[in-house]
Design a binder for this molecule. Structure first.
Ligand code: SF4
Length: 302
């Protein structure tokens, strides 16, 4: 994200309850990441940064370890080098785990209150390695390990990798559920007393989803475009969407208009009101998350 996009958004970001630096790319590719964390940390609210951990070393690691407290989520979806290479498309498992382990030492040296979480997206091709990953996470010294589900993929076919009853994934096979339960038990034994373990359930519930996403959340892209959701973007990269949506659902661009004004825009209010009146608005139609809404009739994704 260019610096101008962030700086133009900053006055509004400082009033927002929670800011998450995440992306379609790698957040630590930006040399400004520590500066942004610092800039939004004057608030009492929650700040998080998501990374694959591959650039979590050297000067960047030092700056993050000495930054004001935030939540660092490190995504590593494997317990072995082979599986990491398969699911991530590159052979850098050791680097990710080593960086994370070193970062924990730095964090502790700085007496930082930053919370660090290993995020593991469970798939058919990696779930048997969960105990190995939990053992590594425990050794690395992270605070928490979260095993979550594959919720979206670039193609519908790739959702075959999912192992829960998500609307666009295949039905949950009973033998798979049984095996998962045994694996979860094993992970709990490994983690006991040393690591907080957070396993998302195999059956869809509202509990593990974001709250009222489309009504209270917004997404700011690296180009400065603001949308009501990360899956609504000018690149229309949302999987399985049928049909696409028109560009009017881009609420504005912070390089042209202050974020505060965009938040107050009529088109955003319309979008929120449609959800609140239990109607799925046009840009959300065809989105996999609109297929199963929470009890309040809202999409609880992302
Ligand atoms: S239905 Fe899809 S596009 Fe709409 S807010 Fe939910 S996740 Fe985003």
């Amino acid at each position: 994200m260019p610096r101008a996009v962030f700086l133009n958004s900053l006055p509004a970001l400082q009033k927002i309850e929670s800011v998450v630096f995440a992306g379609w790319g790698e957040t630590l590719m930006s040399p400004y990441a520590p500066e942004w964390l610092e800039a939004v940390s004057t608030r009492d609210y929650q700040t998080a940064l998501v990374t694959n951990g591959l650039l979590l070393d050297g000067e960047m690691a030092e700056k993050l370890a000495s930054a004001p407290p935030f939540t660092l989520n490190v995504s590593i979806d494997a317990g072995t080098r082979e599986t990491y290479a398969k699911v991530r498309g590159r052979d850098r498992f050791e680097q990710a785990v080593d960086n994370l382990t070193e970062f924990m030492k730095r964090r502790n040296r700085h007496h930082s209150r930053t919370g660090v979480e290993w995020i593991y997206v469970m798939m058919k091709s990696n779930f048997r390695e969960l105990p190995r990953a939990v053992a590594l996470a425990r050794r690395s010294g992270v605070d928490k390990f979260t095993a979550k589900h594959l919720e979206l993929a670039a193609t519908r076919q790739f959702m075959d990798e999912a192992i829960w009853n998500y609307p666009t994934s295949p039905d949950l096979a009973p033998e798979l559920a049984e095996e998962m339960a045994a694996i979860e038990d094993e992970c709990r034994r490994i983690a006991e007393g040393k690591l907080i373990l957070n396993f998302h359930p195999l059956i869809h519930t509202d509990e593990y989803w974001g709250k009222s996403g489309p009504v209270f959340k917004m997404f700011l892209s690296h180009e400065g475009n603001v949308t009501a959701c990360s899956l609504i973007s000018p690149n229309n990269h949302r999987p399985f969407s049928d049909p696409g949506f028109d560009r009017n659902w881009i609420l504005g661009n912070v390089l042209e208009k202050p974020l505060e004004q965009i938040i107050e825009s009529e088109v955003y209010r319309d979008f929120q009101n449609e959800w609140l009146s239990q109607t799925v608005p046009p840009p959300c139609r065809g989105c996999p998350f609109s297929l199963r809404l929470g009890e309040d009739g809202l999409c609880h994704a992302l």
